[in-house]
Design a protein around this ligand. Structure first.
Ligand SMILES: [Fe+2]
Length: 334
């Protein structure tokens, strides 16, 4: 699984059985990551003190320090490191408790399927990257993070910028303060950050998604919320990430909130998000004109959208925000 993980992040594998370490090292030879190995918890702690580790993957049942104790200590000395565990069936209950208590991000049961292990590690690396970027206070980093997420879905280039543009038109018309507008911009850039956890094959699938695939896609606001919360982002940004697919009548996801229970910023982002989705090409249909998009959205006036906000939106937006030259070229060659 080749993906967008930046080269040379470190995966630390811990097991007291040398053949396991060798097998995992070999497994990741072709991936863009650096693998370090440790034969015990104590050795792993030395590695963690030595260099920044993106992901730690440890066996639980080792002589000396157990994997769980190691991960517990890792959480304190390297909280940014994503913690994974290999375990036997006998330890399942313990691992589930550890996941619930935030000690372990994910686990895999021995003996594992290679592809399953690679997928778990690469997803953990994605999560590490996402968390590091979210913790940055630089607008440049946040925006480039949004663009990295867009790269997973070839049909959404420029989407985050355009959603921010439309949402800010509404925010200005509503006299939001400069600080609140800045938070709205960040929230709109990052609204789909949870999509980093959805396989590209699903995001770019031609035709309809299966029920299971759609259920997976519907998790992205919650995944985004979880990681953004952990990164300590502002409530306005969290509201947009988790609330941009909520609908006024409660038919949205992930919580099915209704009316004013959906924060204003999320109601604004929802209008901007849907308008941009309708007026740009998708894998399953070409873009709609402004007039058609307006008709479609007006039909859901008051059921899906905040009617007053929608009226204000139509008074501000009379045509889609132009795509950049690059985006136009990409649309032509698709
Ligand atoms: Fe979304």
């Amino acid at each position: 699984m080749k993906n967008s993980v930046t080269p040379r992040h470190t995966l630390l594998v811990v097991d007291d059985e040398p053949f396991i370490l060798t097998a995992i090292e070999r497994l990741f030879r072709d991936e863009q990551i650096k693998v370090r190995t440790a034969a015990s918890g104590e050795e792993a702690l030395t590695c963690l003190a030595d260099e920044e580790v993106a992901v730690i993957l440890t066996d639980n049942c080792m002589t000396g320090m157990s994997g769980l104790e190691l991960l517990n200590r890792t959480k304190k000395i390297a909280p940014q490191t994503v913690r994974l565990m290999m375990t036997g069936y006998a330890d399942l209950q313990m691992v589930l408790t550890a996941i619930n208590e935030g000690e372990v991000y994910r686990f895999i049961v021995k003996p594992w399927h290679n592809q399953e292990l690679i997928t778990m590690v690469m997803e953990a690396l994605n999560r590490y990257q996402l968390m590091r970027a979210l913790q940055s206070s630089s607008e440049l980093t946040l925006r480039s993070l949004a663009q990295t997420i867009e790269l997973k879905d070839v049909y959404t280039r420029g989407h985050c910028d355009r959603v921010a543009h439309y949402a800010l038109l509404l925010a200005e018309a509503l006299d939001f303060s400069a600080d609140r507008r800045k938070l709205m911009r960040h929230g709109c850039w990052l609204h789909d950050c949870g999509k980093i956890g959805i396989p590209g094959a699903i995001l770019n699938k031609q035709g309809r998604l299966s029920r299971t695939e759609y259920d997976l896609v519907k998790q992205h606001p919650l995944w985004g919320l979880k990681v953004a919360e952990e990164a300590g982002l502002h409530q306005v940004v969290l509201d947009i990430i988790v609330g941009h697919h909520e609908r006024l009548d409660g038919s949205g996801y992930p919580h099915g909130r209704r009316g004013a229970a959906i924060p204003l910023e999320a109601r604004i982002a929802a209008i901007a998000d849907v308008y941009d989705a309708l007026t740009t090409d998708r894998s399953y249909r070409p873009c709609f004109s402004h007039a058609t998009a307006r008709d479609i959205m007006d039909k859901e006036r008051a059921s899906s959208f905040d009617a007053d906000l929608l009226d204000l939106f139509w008074s501000l937006v009379v045509e889609p925000y132009p795509l950049t030259n690059n985006e136009q070229t990409e649309q032509k060659i698709r």
